[in-house]
Write a protein that binds this ligand. Sequence first.
Ligand code: NAD
Length: 289
Amino acid sequence: MALDTKGNGVTQVAVVGAGTMGNGIAQVFAMHGHPVTMIDVSAAALEKGKGAIQGSLARVVKKGVIDQAKADAALALVGVATTLDAASKAELVIEAATENPALKFQIFSDLDRIAPAGVILASNTSSISITEIGAKTRRPELVIGMHFMNPVPVMQLVEVIRGQATSDATTRHVMELATALGKTPVEVNDYPGFVSNRVLMPMINEAIFCVMEGVATPEAVDTVMKLGMAHPMGPLMLADLIGLDTCLAILEVLHKGLGDDKYRPCPLLRRMVAAGHLGRKAGKGFYQY
Ligand code: NAD
């Protein structure tokens, strides 16, 4: 296994996708001393992603978690690239591109060709089958889900998803790596939505149905869940944070993969995505940003 090849505890990481999750994942690796290359097809996304890391590091410094020198050192470890070829020297690849099965299958088939043999290819997918992703490569035993939560630098959980062919050694490495990053990994098996989104998304979808049917305003729905159920954030504000396009994509996977209409995406969610009201990243969703 080609993690940490020099035995110095430093892993060369490639993160595919520089969006909401990709830049957060890159930041966490860099803060732990690992050189990271963020790869995105969009130069604008890379610029925005690097800016997001800079802003997030500044907040961490302000809170006194790390000093300025450590933040500067972390930022200096983050490189950017616009083609997957930049993964050719990686010792670990984490894919965090758009939640679209065909796109991810293509990326993994390409990564399998580009990344050195023996390198683990992890996906941050919220819902797409790790088994199917692994089957697009000649190294399914090295393909695994490493599902970080949003915002990555803050959230404790990493859901580690074993595909049908994922090896014990790969799972062990990724569990240990997540722990070394200061996270708490939880191992789950590969079924649609895994655990996190299988439980979370039906709640978010139901909250959207409540708005569509006029049961209550988004503010009222969120207040009920915050004050009544002690959730730190209401489901609609959380949906805006996740991205409504991502929520829709996950619900489609649950609906298709489990074949039960209880997972059907709410028509209002479809309408908002069609309008480009994708939540926080678009400046507009259930709330204005
Ligand atoms: P995002 O839309 O913010 O970013 C996706 C990025 O992928 C974009 O910058 C896009 O340009 C890039 N991209 C698209 N095609 C690419 C390609 N072929 N090669 C390289 N880059 C490409 O999305 P996100 O919210 O960061 O989600 C990324 C992944 O993380 C998805 O699989 C999503 O399900 C998962 N995830 C998201 C959240 C969340 O709260 N947003 C939480 C956990 C997991």
